[in-house]
Every structure is written in C-alpha cells, then in structure tokens.
Ligand binder design. Structure first.
Ligand SMILES: C[S@@+](CC[C@H](N)C(=O)[O-])C[C@H]1O[C@@H](n2cnc3c(N)ncnc32)[C@H](O)[C@@H]1O
Length: 249
C-alpha cells in the first residue's frame, strides 16, 4: 500500500503541476528537453510493436514521438503516458486526438495503474527527482516492465551537476538530489540488471545573453548544458532469475 506521506506529496505535486499546465509550461518544456530526449530515444531503439510507458509525461509531446516510432508494422505498438497532474493529462489528450495507439492516464509513479510484466520500455523525462518515494517508484517500474524490459530515466537535477542544485531551493515542491552512484546502487538494489549511467549534453545553441532566473549568465548555462543530463539505464531480468524476495533452492 502507498503510505499517507506519499499520497500527500503526490497531491502537492498534482497542484503544482496543474498550475504549470495552466500556464502553458507543459508544452514549453518540449523546447527545454527535446535535445536530451532525442538522444535518449535514439538509445531506446524503439521498434514497431513496442509497448512503452512515458512516466511523468507532462503535456505528452514525448509520448507522441514514441507513438510515431512504434506505430507501423503488423502489430502497432502501444504507448501509455502517465502523470500525476490531471491538467497535464487533459492537455496531453487534447494534443493527441489524431493518435490511436496512445493513451493518457492520471496516476502516480508510486502506484502505477497498470498490469505487471507489460511494458517493453519505459522512458521518464525530467520527472523522477520529484517522487517522494523513489524506492517505491522503482518497485512499481520493476513490476510493470516485461521480462527483459528496459528502463530509461533521464534527469537534469542530480548531485553531480552543481548548477542543477540551485533548483532545490527555488522549486516550490521538495525534490531528491541523489548522485549518479547513489542511483546506480538503488537500481541494483531493486535487482535490475545491466545498470548503466551516461551523461547527455544539451546540444541546443546557447544565446549570447541570458536573462532568465536560473543562471547568472550565458556562460553558466552553457556549462550546465555541457555537463548534461543523467541518463540511467537498466533492464529487468528474464524469468530465469527469481523476483525480489524469492530464493531459488
Ligand atoms: C518537469 S515535468 C516534465 C514533463 C515531461 N516529461 C516533459 O519533459 O515535458 C515533470 C512531470 O512529472 C510529473 N510528476 C511529478 N511527480 C509525479 C508522480 N509522483 N507521479 C507521476 N507523475 C509525476 C509532473 O506532473 C510533471 O508533469
């Protein structure tokens, strides 16, 4: 069962991201995340027929890219976009009417409303550090992934990119700022296999002048983008391995 503290944290996230959605920030995030997401999609090697979860899908732009990539073939793939913010999901649905292999669902990463052993691949873009109980989210991801299914968690906010740590105080909701090594240990503790991490630089051009609130000048923004996002990759074992908590005698 999901505990009361996590339910309360999710409610706070729902309210915060509903506001983001109402301000049009769901759609805007495509510009900020497209470069690192495209590089991640290339590593996912999506193919027609794949069943894919976009966890923390926001306004659904990445879900649509995935839906295009898995659509064609004898058996069209299916994409589920899941988000805790009902307003993000409303907008994702409104922007995806033309798609018949894409469904958007309201729900929490810590209680994924889907059956076990289903997804071939999971992508999560700039969402994982918001989860109050990352352990529980990983247990849920392990459950819903198919045997040999692959997990791709992409985050800009992590301990090893000092510029991103400024957001910890500025964001209106609590976030986790673990290091690459801590995330690797966490994934291994959840018995994922083939656990790897790479850095994904943001390849978009940086303007000469920066006037936003997150960086002191354009040079800092350039450095933040050069250090890049953290992409965590892992695979659920096949049926030959025992699930967590079971021993083979
Ligand atoms: C920074 S936005 C990124 C959205 C989208 N992936 C993108 O790149 O445009 C983070 C998203 O994660 C969602 N989120 C935060 N906590 C969540 C949770 N516990 N379960 C599901 N989604 C969550 C938010 O509602 C928000 O839409």
């Amino acid at each position: 069962m999901i505990d009361k503290k996590t339910i309360a944290a999710d409610e706070r996230l729902r309210q915060e991201f509903n506001q983001w959605a109402e301000q049009g920030r769901g759609e805007e995030m495509e510009n900020h995340h497209i470069s690192i997401t495209q590089q991640t999609l290339a590593r996912m090697e999506l193919k027609p027929g794949d069943r894919v979860l976009d966890l923390g899908c926001g306004a659904g732009w990445a879900s649509r890219l995935i839906a295009d990539a898995v659509a064609h073939g004898d058996k069209p793939g299916q994409v589920i976009g899941l988000d805790v913010s009902d307003e993000m999901i409303r907008r994702a649905r409104a922007g995806s009417i033309a798609y018949d292999n894409l469904m958007f669902v309201i729900g929490s990463a810590q209680q994924i409303p889907w059956e076990e052993n289903f997804f071939d691949k999971v992508l999560s873009v700039e969402s994982f550090y918001y989860y109050a109980d990352q352990d529980r989210a990983l247990a849920e991801l392990f459950r819903v992934l198919a045997p040999h299914g692959e997990l791709f968690i992409l985050i800009n906010l992590y301990q090893d990119n000092p510029y991103s740590l400024r957001w910890v105080e500025e964001l209106k909701v609590p976030v986790q700022a673990r290091s690459e090594q801590e995330y690797i240990q966490l994934l291994k503790a959840h018995t994922f296999e083939d656990v790897r991490a790479v850095r994904i630089p943001d390849l978009t051009p940086t303007p000469q002048e920066y006037s936003g609130k997150w960086f002191n000048n354009a040079e800092e923004l350039r450095e933040f983008k050069r250090i890049g996002a953290l992409l965590l990759m892992a695979r659920k074992p096949g049926f030959h391995s025992p699930p967590p908590g079971y021993e083979v005698y």
